[in-house]
Design a protein around this ligand. Structure first.
Ligand code: ADP
Ligand code: ZN
Length: 213
């Protein structure tokens, strides 16, 4: 089961990818999470990526593609995975297809989450993320039981550097400019399916499950 979740920042990709991971027992591969780990560990990749991320711009394709190539070779990827936040440009989508073809594999399903722009701003600027397990909360829409503490693992909740209004707007512009064409790419291959991304987490998950099973 090799899945791709597409959708603008704040569409709930990360949340839904986590639910798919649990349902199908496959790894969730989030390029955003991988990049944030690289930034906090101050690796060579992290040092290069940080500036782009803080401004809400995409990290250059070559860096992200190398990172994914390495990740997909992991032992845990044999039975499939759910990609969350990748591919985000046409070049990334083409490189992914090449990579998979060379391993005799292909993507099974591509699901796009569709959400209103107004909802996105509210979702992202109120979002809080766990430093330890990356679980996501929201100050009003999904508050943790104890303020500042992750319900799942007790880790510290923080606001991502790029979840401020100005950077969120840049991320949305980047999405329209560079990621929207990726939808057409998969539509052209006949593999794009669209799920409404508004409603409760469970409702949205139901819709996705109907599409991929
Ligand atoms: P969101 O989808 O909410 O913007 P992510 O955690 O997926 O959040 O991404 C955060 C940032 O990480 C992006 O704004 C971008 O700078 C970088 N990033 C993540 N995935 C990619 C990718 N596939 N290509 C380029 N940059 C990426
Ligand atoms: Zn946690």
């Amino acid at each position: 089961m090799r899945l791709i979740l597409l959708g603008p920042p704040g569409s709930g990709k990360g949340t839904q990818a986590g639910l798919l991971r649990d349902k199908f027992s496959i790894p969730q591969i989030s390029t955003g999470d991988l990049l944030r780990s690289a930034v906090s560990e101050k690796t060579a990749l992290g040092m290069k990526a940080k500036e782009f991320m803080d401004q809400g711009h995409l990290v250059p394709d070559a860096l992200v593609v190398d990172m994914i190539r390495e990740r997909l070779q992991g032992e845990d990827c044999k039975e499939g995975y759910v990609l969350d936040g990748f591919p985000r440009t046409l070049i990334q989508a083409e490189k992914l297809d090449e990579m998979l073809a060379s391993m005799g594999e292909k993507i099974d399903e591509v699901v796009e989450l569709e959400v209103d722009q107004d909802d996105i701003l509210i979702r992202l600027t109120g979002r809080r993320t766990c430093r330890s397990c990356n679980a996501m909360f929201h100050v009003t829409l999904k508050p943790p039981k104890v303020e500042g503490v992750c319900d799942c693992c007790g880790g510290e909740l923080y606001q991502r550097d790029d979840d401020n209004e100005k950077t969120v707007l840049n991320r949305l512009v980047e999405y329209e400019k560079k990621t929207a064409p990726v939808k057409d790419y998969y539509r052209g291959q006949g593999s794009l399916k669209t799920a409404g991304g508004s409603g409760s987490m469970d409702e949205i998950f139901e819709r996705i499950c109907t599409l991929v099973s």
